[in-house]
Design a protein around this ligand. Sequence first.
Ligand SMILES: Nc1ncnc2c1ncn2[C@@H]1O[C@H](COP(=O)(O)OP(=O)(O)O)[C@@H](O)[C@H]1O
Ligand SMILES: [Mg+2]
Length: 300
Amino acid sequence: MTRKQDDSAELPVGSLDVSAAPQSGPTGRPQSVFTEPRTLKGHGPARVISLCNQKGGVGKTTSTINLGAALAEYGRRVLAVDFDPQGALSAGLGVPTHDVTTIYDLLLSRSKIPAEAIQQTNVPGLDVIPANIDLSAAEVHLVNEVAREQILAGVLRKVSADYDVILIDCQPSLGLLTVNALTASHGVLIPLECEFFALRGVALLIETIDKVRDRLNPAIELDGILATMYDSRTLHSREVLERVVDAFGDKVLETVIGRTVKFPDASVAGTPITQFAPEHQAARAYRQLARELIARGAVA
Ligand SMILES: Nc1ncnc2c1ncn2[C@@H]1O[C@H](COP(=O)(O)OP(=O)(O)O)[C@@H](O)[C@H]1O
Ligand SMILES: [Mg+2]
């Protein structure tokens, strides 16, 4: 088959046309129409969702930023927690990470209150608790704490009433910090890059979630698998997505995030793509993701 000349091919979905007849989306299922969510009358308590995958570079941080921004556009009060010492979430949201109170301080000192660490972003309704390299020392410090897996949960409980959703951007590991994130969470979103080795390691991640459910947090649910960096022009991307759907069925979200260079550009600008290029297919894809998660009940 010759490649279609279609410059919209960069991104396959998120381009949902409400007037179009139902057709199958990239996951092979009929594409649902996720309508504009209802306006919330009040706020909180928050549902906590971890974006988790021990593989780096799969779109955890990008998805936390842009899902958070899209949910905020729909009037949800969102707190994004940077839980990676790299601080990419903080940078991507344009907030300072030095000489400020960070998530590390909240974990280590019970006398600090989250309000000291919470910063507003330039997206109304989206706040962030930043992180910096200090957080890399947290595992060592927390190892000898009582109930060391539950420390983040204790921190977030203090702010839950102020938000509808708290998104935790996990670091690429399955260590104690990630276990803290999972213990604090009602749900997990697993971003998966549509690349060859995408599924490697996912079994171990699911095993970790199962262990956390057994031992620490019986309520935790897998909210969905989010395919990212999908390129509909390559057979490879399509095959990977097909395998992911074979393996996880309905857990694979209908919304698929296409590959586009706009994301790195937006990160450099320290702003979500939903603001940097509001009409770009990628911005629409994250808005669709927000609507899909609301429709599925993962977010109020
Ligand atoms: N859909 C996408 N298309 C193209 N590049 C992307 C996409 N999503 C993320 N990226 C880029 O890929 C890199 C890794 O993404 P990131 O969200 O930081 O992954 P993680 O947090 O899982 O390590 C970043 O440079 C980011 O800008
Ligand atoms: Mg990251």
